[in-house]
Design a protein around this ligand. Structure first.
Ligand SMILES: *Cc1c(COP(=O)(O)O)cnc(C)c1O
Length: 426
């Protein structure tokens, strides 16, 4: 029996290796079922999912409300394209605009497409509203950013693995150090052609870098002063992940009372993806007010699947779940417990140097260099012990479980993590 099962998982891995392009290096585990905070492999072994598909599955796997909305819509109408109207797109657009308190939304499918859309909106705004000379607009981005995989987006990445041999690259981007207000101030005051500042509120892929307390607010103020659009990529940090509805949480309908005090960090352009569908379907969105979104005119941008009926139904259900189940509050509370518990362990650990993060977007730092395979080996052991996570940048392990987790489950996970780390102490 065990032989058959093992060969099932090896067979799945072999098929991917033989017929799929090798653009990923997955942890060797083959999953075939998910529910809530759990996933199961083909042997029937159960795991805590501590990645949540890079924070797409915030509402938990196969949430019945989301799956219900999806199957109902799938049996009714799946795609009309935007050549015709349908009876759900407008409802979805109103729902999302009200939810995040913006005038308008432009729906797309993937995060990278939404970032591209935001860049195009920003450039048009530069020429048609701000009055920058044609083809001279610059957009400021941060070192070690991650915004997706298109040719333009990798053009302003500084990750050689993502970039090398994909040139020629797209012009019009200036990189500054993340979490450095002076660097931002300097580039904004010395260059009249800057149209936008694109930033992740927490740098997720780079290793969960949380900027200083006042960074986003001050950056927004600098942008305002120089008539530059503050563009927040909340594809990973958004939708309750960091303990607030948005990591730039401002004037939005967040259920967490704690976050009503920072409307000055509200982005001019907000980019969402991943968990806006609860991981059930590719849905992304760009939000802005009329003064900015008006630059988009018929024919200037589009997508066959963008805002399709299934996406609309799924996203509304997924956002309902965030409110109904108070996921922002839960992420806020559990995140604090998670870091406190891990810090107790880290105080006497040599293998783990620290934990950082916000809400349930966290990472631990492994005491070894980036080239070592210690973090990978720890993730393999975590897998054996029933918890799935993956290293980012060699010596950092990101922990981002679904936000529907209970306190008991979280403490169980803390015990799996600390027990596993103990095996690596020297
Ligand atoms: C994942 C991610 C993207 C890209 O989203 P895709 O759906 O993979 O294209 C963009 N920005 C951030 C911050 C992300 O985490």
């Amino acid at each position: 029996m065990l032989m058959t099962q093992q060969s099932l998982s090896q067979e799945a891995i072999d098929l991917e290796n033989k017929y799929g392009a090798h653009n990923y290096h997955p942890l060797p585990v083959v999953l075939n079922r998910g529910e809530g905070v759990y996933v199961w492999d083909v042997d029937g072994k159960k795991y805590y999912d501590f990645l949540s598909a890079y924070s797409a599955v915030n509402q938990g796997h196969c949430h019945p409300t989301i799956v219900g909305a999806m199957t109902k819509q799938a049996k009714t109408l799946t795609l009309t394209s935007r050549a015709f109207h349908n009876d759900i797109l407008g409802k979805f657009e109103k729902y999302v605009a009200d939810y995040f308190k913006f005038d308008k939304v432009l729906p797309m499918n993937t995060g990278a497409e939404a970032v591209e859309t935001a860049l195009k909106i920003c450039r048009r705004w530069a020429y048609e509203v701000k009055g920058i000379e044609e083809n001279k607009a610059e957009i400021v981005v941060c070192n070690n950013n991650f915004h997706g995989r298109t040719t333009t987006i990798i053009s302003f990445s500084n990750d050689p693995v993502a970039r090398s041999n994909f040139g020629p690259y797209t012009n019009g981007f200036i990189k500054v150090e993340y979490d450095n207000l002076n660097a931002l101030k300097e580039v904004l005051s010395s260059n009249k052609n800057v149209a936008g500042f694109l930033v992740e509120p927490i740098q997720g892929e780079a290793g969960v870098f949380v900027p200083s307390e006042n960074y986003l607010r001050e950056a927004k103020a600098l942008c305002k002063k120089h008539n530059v659009l503050f563009i927040a990529d909340e594809v990973q940090t958004g939708i309750a992940r960091t303990g607030r509805l948005l990591a730039t949480c401002g004037n939005c309908s967040c259920p967490n009372k704690d976050c009503s005090g920072t409307p000055d960090v509200k982005p001019d352009i907000l980019i969402l993806g991943k968990a806006i569908s609860g991981g059930a379907y590719p849905v992304s969105a760009v939000l802005a007010n009329d003064a900015i979104m008006k630059v988009i005119t018929p024919g200037s941008h589009g997508s066959t699947f963008g805002g399709n009926p299934i996406a609309a139904a799924v996203a509304m259900a997924a956002l309902d779940v965030v409110i109904d189940e108070r996921l922002a509050e839960n992420a806020f509370k559990l995140g604090a417990i998670f870091r406190a518990e891990l810090n107790k362990y880290i105080a006497k650990s040599t293998i783990c140097k620290g934990v950082r993060g916000k809400g349930l977007l966290n990472a631990i730092l492994i005491n070894d260099d980036e080239e070592s395979d210690t973090a990978w080996n720890i993730c393999m052991k975590l897998r054996d012990n029933g918890l799935l996570a993956k290293p980012t940048h060699g010596n950092i392990i990101r922990f981002a479980p679904p936000l529907v987790m209970t306190k008991e489950q979280l403490l169980d996970c803390v015990s799996i993590i600390t027990t596993t780390l103990k095996e690596f102490e020297v």
